[in-house]
Design a protein around this ligand. Structure first.
Ligand SMILES: C[S@@+](CC[C@H](N)C(=O)[O-])C[C@H]1O[C@@H](n2cnc3c(N)ncnc32)[C@H](O)[C@@H]1O
Length: 228
C-alpha cells in the first residue's frame, strides 16, 4: 500500500539543485581524489565485504541516496544474481551518472525522495544508506530513517555507512584536518554521529553492531548494522 505524499521542503529543493547542477558532474572524480589516501575502491569493497554475508538468495536490496551508484554497482557484483537491487536518489543528475555505470536486469536506479518513498511497506530485505545521513538535518534524517523502517521487511537489516571520528588523539587531529573540519562547516556529521543510535531507536530500529573500519582506513568510517 502506498503511503500519502509528504511535502518537500525548500532546503531539499536547494540541496537537489546543487547536486543536479554542480556536484553530479564532478562527484565520481572528487570522490576518487578526496579518498585517494585511503583508496575509494578499497573503502567501497571493505563496506561490501561486511554487508554481503547478510545477503541471501532472492533478497531485495534498496540503496537509499545512492548518488552516482558506485556502491550500488559494486554491491551487485558481490551478491547472488537472483537478488534485486534498487538505487534511489533525489538528484536526477546523480541518477543520470548511475545508470551510465552498469546495466543488469536485476539492477535499477530511480529518482526518488528518501523521505517519501514510492514503495509499498515491507518491500525490501536490506536497506543501505551510504554517506548521506551526515548531510541531512535532524528532521530530514528522522523522516528518512522512518521510511527505511517502513519499507524493510520484518527482521530486515539496515546498514548505515558513515563518517566516524576516531577516539585516538593523533587520529582525531588527522580526521579533523582531512574530513571533520569541512564536514563540520558543510554538514551535520558531528551531530549525526552523536545522535544516530538514539534516532535509530526512536524509529524502532534495533542497532545490533557498530563496526569501525580498520586501521588502514584510519578508523574514519563506520558501518552501523540495525535490525527491524
Ligand atoms: C554524499 S552523497 C552519497 C552518495 C552515495 N551513497 C555514495 O556512497 O557515494 C549523498 C547523496 O544523498 C542524496 N540525497 C540527499 N537527500 C536525499 C533525499 N531526501 N532523497 C534521496 N536522496 C537524497 C544526494 O542527492 C546525494 O547523491
Amino acid at each position: 500500500m502506498k503511503e500519502p505524499k509528504k511535502k518537500k521542503t525548500k532546503t531539499q529543493d536547494r540541496y537537489r539543485w546543487v547536486y543536479d547542477a554542480i556536484i553530479s558532474k564532478f562527484y565520481d572524480g572528487s570522490m576518487k581524489i578526496g579518498l585517494s589516501i585511503i583508496g575509494e575502491q578499497k573503502l567501497r569493497k571493505a563496506v561490501i565485504s561486511l554487508i554481503s554475508p547478510y545477503v541471501k538468495h532472492n533478497d531485495s536490496i534498496l540503496d537509499l541516496c545512492c548518488g552516482t551508484g558506485t556502491l550500488t554497482t559494486t554491491l551487485v557484483d558481490s551478491v547472488y544474481s537472483d537478488c534485486e537491487i534498487v538505487g534511489v536518489d533525489l538528484s536526477e543528475g546523480q541518477i543520470f551518472q548511475a545508470v551510465k555505470k552498469k546495466y543488469l536486469p536485476n539492477l535499477e536506479f530511480k529518482i526518488m525522495d528518501a523521505s517519501n518513498l514510492n514503495f509499498a511497506s515491507e518491500s525490501f530485505n536490506i536497506v543501505l544508506i551510504s554517506a548521506a545521513l551526515h548531510e541531512m538535518d535532524k528532521s530530514l534524517r528522522f523522516r528518512v530513517l522512518q521510511e527505511a523502517h517502513r519499507v524493510l521487511r520484518k527482521k530486515g537489516y539496515l546498514f548505515i555507512f558513515e563518517h566516524h571520528e576516531p577516539s585516538e588523539p593523533k587520529l582525531r587531529i588527522f580526521y579533523n584536518f582531512y574530513l571533520g573540519f569541512w564536514e563540520k562547516i558543510l554538514s551535520h556529521s558531528s551531530e549525526m554521529q552523536r545522535n544516530i543510535f538514539n534516532e535509530l531507536k526512536d524509529v524502532k530500529f534495533n542497532p545490533i553492531d557498530q563496526i569501525i573500519l580498520d586501521k588502514k582506513i584510519f578508523k574514519f568510517f563506520q558501518l552501523i548494522i540495525s535490525r527491524k
